[in-house]
Ligand binder design. Sequence first.
Ligand code: GSH
Length: 217
Amino acid sequence: MITVYGEGRGFRVVWLLEEMGLAYQLRPVDLLAGVENDAEFLAINPAGFIPAIRDGEVTMVESVAIMEYLMARHGPTPLAPASHDPAFPAYQQFLHLAEAGLAVPLYIAVVGRNPAAEAGRPNWGARKALEVFKSRLGLVTRQLARSPYLAGDAFTAADIAVTYALEFAQRTGVYALAEAEQAYVARTSGRAAYKRAMAVCHATRAWAAEAAGRSGT
Ligand SMILES: N[C@@H](CCC(=O)N[C@@H](CS)C(=O)NCC(=O)O)C(=O)O
């Protein structure tokens, strides 16, 4: 049985597991309560960030790497086009851009907006991070003008990874998605496996509900 530790980007992993129909359990990790009090989780990831997984003797961190591991170890799956598939280059690019180019800069931009950050001083780092996010998002938008999904006509794991980043932007209110991006998120999040993942991920559901309440949607 695969154990997923923590939500946040762990939602990507849970969604993927639902798409693949693999058995798993979600073990919540409450970062706000202080991960230093969670010795069991620290034994899995001493660095204390989420998500992590345990699969038999394997423990791993890094959401996109975990996704690649699960598809390789427990696949094959159409969520990961083979290297000879014409969809493969775009798949590979957007799978990694989702974290390196979108979610990481967003995270910096969100943290930089925290009122606890030095008040009244322009936060150059957070501003730059948002610029980086927007420039990478431009690649997503351009691709969506060409095809319904990031690797072409078929939904892949790259769409799971990128959808999480776009929902992150939406829910934190750091960036308002344009119409095409919103339509894309509606398409990917309309999948049955997404809904099953949402039913399992209580913290993610609460976050989405709180964000929707705040924006009046
Ligand atoms: N690149 C990592 C990012 C992990 C990450 O930053 N997770 C956040 C929550 S989604 C976290 O644990 N933050 C607390 C910390 O970094 O100490 C991944 O994709 O898994």
